[in-house]
Design a protein around this ligand. Sequence first.
Ligand code: PXP
Length: 253
Amino acid sequence: MGPLRLGVNIDHVATVRNARGGAFPDPLRAAEMALEAGADGITAHLREDRRHISDLDIARLTDLLESAGRPLNLEMAVTDEMIGIALKHRPHAVCLVPERREERTTEGGLDVAGQMELILPAVRRLRQAGSRVSLFVGADPGQVEASAAVGAQVVELHTGAFCDFLREGRAREAGAALDALRNAASQAGDLGLEVHAGHGLDYETAPVLAGIPQVVELNIGHFLIGEGIFVGLTAAIRRMRAAMDAGRAEIAG
Ligand code: PXP
């Protein structure tokens, strides 16, 4: 069982900045604080409509993380424009996600099985440029299998449904969603894929995901940035780190 990494997604610092225009609050400052507080890497989603992270943010984050010797995980849609940007910056990791402009956040996973002819060459080009390629998929055996088939090294399992069910007190559905996540993680591990998980995680749900042995990275954004408003980003990340480690320790025995 590998150690569990925390990737902090700083998109919503940029959301607050963009509400007023200008440069404050700076997502770069959040990235620096996150690394100091115990994040292993930084995640940022460059959306086609640039509603939070900008092209300049990506350039600055690439420089910061390179000089800090820490990984940048660039989330993006599978489009020629985004692939061009990734090839230019060559981030440590690229996570391909589905994207519709009208959605508030990434709803559902990428349909890898239904778009293999689009995704396979994208994965190949990104890998050739030296990035580790991750596909953000639902806990669905067909999608996990297709992810291995198109040559991805990593799957990031979408935890949104599980988190929503748990928050809404729908224990039976949450249990079923968690079983599906466990099965998908185990299948992915058997196929030689590295397993990450993310979306909607908080202090309650992150330790549960930490208890799945194949999961080696959690990517968490919205909750941490929101909690940071009340307790400060450093305290929020430290508490998350501790919650994840406690969840991991339970299965380590
Ligand atoms: N992982 C992926 C692939 C995502 O698209 C997102 C949302 O941008 C996250 C993790 C983080 O989700 P949240 O902001 O809900 O923690």
